[in-house]
Ligand binder design. Structure first.
Ligand SMILES: [Zn+2]
Length: 251
């Protein structure tokens, strides 16, 4: 029975991941999510349910469109697989609770945010707005959760806005809004852990890229993927990060 349960959680995640792939294609170019229905990006041929089974269709079709034979973008199977695994991790950590629901919503925002930020160097407003609208009802769990997560929203947006002002535009508007949504869904404690991890990994990666001349000093680096990485680690192991960090400073 246990396997069946985790298989179900994974499948729900993979199906959500399949929808997130549609968001990845359509949000950056301002297309509707509902219309037209799924079609091949190259030949425009409408896809049948058998072409849309998460992961399996990609494997069966060997990564190519059934109709025109062109390659299917890498983010389709990867997005489905990663979202499925993230759903399993969230439910394994929090059980069937509102915390788990906030966590899977968080992950469902982060998957498209990461791919879109890497591809287009933007985080669409519609994505952050979806996180806000779906997230707000989920923080009315108790007085404590409401307080911690409302504070997280203000802290996430406020801190990154402050950095944007101080660095004169070194932080994009999409990153500021995403950090606010992360705070809303994580609460202020895990948000701080997520930001700490994001800045740490982001600066190390930035230094490496400058040393190896993969990026220049002045060039803005997409910060969304680091925020996403920090948020996933914080959501799944936040208490450990906080313990390690406070221990590190002898607090
Ligand atoms: Zn095609």
């Amino acid at each position: 029975m246990e396997y069946l349960w985790w298989g179900l959680v994974f499948s729900i995640g993979a199906i959500v991941g399949s929808f997130l792939n549609v968001c990845i294609c359509r949000l950056p170019v301002g297309e509707s999510l509902a219309y037209p229905s799924s079609h091949c990006e190259a030949c425009g041929q409408g896809l049948r349910p058998v072409d849309l089974v998460p992961i399996f269709s990609f494997v069966f079709l060997r990564g190519r469109c059934r109709y025109c034979g062109c390659r299917i973008a890498w983010h389709y199977p990867v997005g489905e697989l990663v979202t499925g695994l993230l759903f399993v991790a969230a439910v394994a950590k929090y059980g069937v609770t509102l915390s788990a629901l906030r966590t899977v919503l968080l992950f469902s925002i982060l998957v498209p945010a990461t791919v879109i930020d890497l591809k287009y160097k933007i985080i669409p407003d519609r994505l952050n707005l979806a996180g806000l609208i779906l997230g707000v009802p989920l923080i009315f769990e108790s007085k404590e959760v409401f307080g911690a997560n409302a504070a997280g929203f203000l802290a996430g947006g406020g801190l990154l806005l402050l950095i944007a002002v101080v660095s004169r535009g070194g932080m994009g508007g999409g990153d500021i809004k995403l950090a606010a949504v992360l705070g809303l869904l994580l609460g202020w404690k895990y948000l701080l852990a997520a930001l700490f991890l994001a800045f740490m990994v982001g600066s190390i990666a930035g230094i490496i890229m400058i040393v190896f001349k993969l990026a220049r000093m002045k060039e803005p680096i997409p910060f969304g993927p680091y925020l996403a990485l920090g948020a996933v680690v914080a959501a799944l192991t936040g208490d450990k990060v906080i313990k390690w960090y406070t221990g590190f400073w002898g607090a």
